[in-house]
Design a binder for this molecule. Structure first.
Ligand SMILES: O=C(O)CCC(=O)C(=O)O
Ligand SMILES: [Fe+2]
Length: 268
């Protein structure tokens, strides 16, 4: 578990340069388990590579991972990553999407973009999105490590889609995690090696904006009922600041059979 000083240092780096890398954040057995299970899912769900320049033509993505087994429930709440995200957004943050991204040989670089560029608010702005990339293999310049443009989260606009920008590769070892401000300009790299670059895109957003993947409708309620309490909150069964997301003045937690403990705004 990260100590508070280390968490603060990562949050400060994200504030200043737009990103940080948490080295060796994930236990090797979890990395290995995820790698194995993603291959199982790819086979069983017959996942095929993307068919557009954004998702890639030689890139395999599996979405909505929380419906595919208990192993994936360990990702959003990970104690070496979530505190940094909470420092950037706040404790009311939400899971925005959870998917895998496997970049295969001969894939070209993804267009540089900002993950929050479809949110129409004037830039630069406070982080509304905070995304993380778990390296399940080493990330190298040659195999498609995420390309980033340090400091670009402070720009007053998003990148022009399809234009070339100078960027650096977020090189990191298997088990490390890249965390960035949603306004940072970045994109997946080109893979010139024979080995797949595997990452988990664990994306979060602020508790007051819409999640990219609809977690409450996309995850069957019986599955969500089996989540730990923090994960239930993170997928949207909590309320933000005691108000946002309520149902008839109560927390949606009640839908999961959870006894009501949330202090609502009206109780204050
Ligand atoms: O695969 C990567 O390294 C980055 C992917 C990405 O930025 C995205 O799909 O939004
Ligand atoms: Fe992205």
């Amino acid at each position: 578990m990260l100590d508070p000083k280390t968490v603060d240092a990562h949050v400060e780096r994200i504030r200043k340069q737009g990103f940080t890398i948490i080295e060796n954040a994930i236990e090797p057995d979890l990395v290995a388990g995820l790698n194995d299970d993603l291959l199982r899912l790819e086979r069983e769900l017959e996942i095929k590579p993307g068919k557009n320049p954004f998702e890639g033509f030689k890139t395999v993505r599996i979405y909505n991972l929380l419906v595919h087994g208990k192993l994936y429930e360990r990702i959003p709440v990970h104690e070496n990553v979530l505190p940094v995200v909470e420092g950037v957004l706040d404790r009311g943050c939400l899971v925005s999407s959870l998917s895998s991204i496997g970049i295969d040989f001969d894939e070209i670089a993804q267009p540089i973009h900002a993950d929050d560029q479809l949110i129409p608010i004037k830039k630069p702005h406070v982080p509304t999105v905070c995304n993380t990339m778990w390296a399940l293999t080493d990330f190298t310049e040659a195999n498609g490590a995420t390309r980033i443009i340090p400091g670009s989260h402070l720009a007053d606009h998003s990148p022009e889609y399809g234009r070339d920008y100078e960027s650096i590769p977020a090189v990191m070892s298997r088990g490390s995690v890249l965390v960035w401000h949603g306004s940072l300009w970045h994109g997946g790299g080109a893979n010139r090696t024979r080995e797949r670059r595997v990452g988990i895109a664990m994306n979060y957003c602020a508790g007051y904006i819409r999640q990219q993947e609809n977690q409450q409708l996309g995850i069957p309620r019986e599955i969500a009922a089996g989540f730990c309490e923090r994960l239930k909150e993170l997928v949207g069964y909590g309320v933000y600041n005691g108000l946002i997301g309520h149902i008839d003045k109560t927390s949606p937690m009640a839908l999961l059979g959870q006894r009501e403990g949330t202090r609502m705004i009206w109780d204050v």
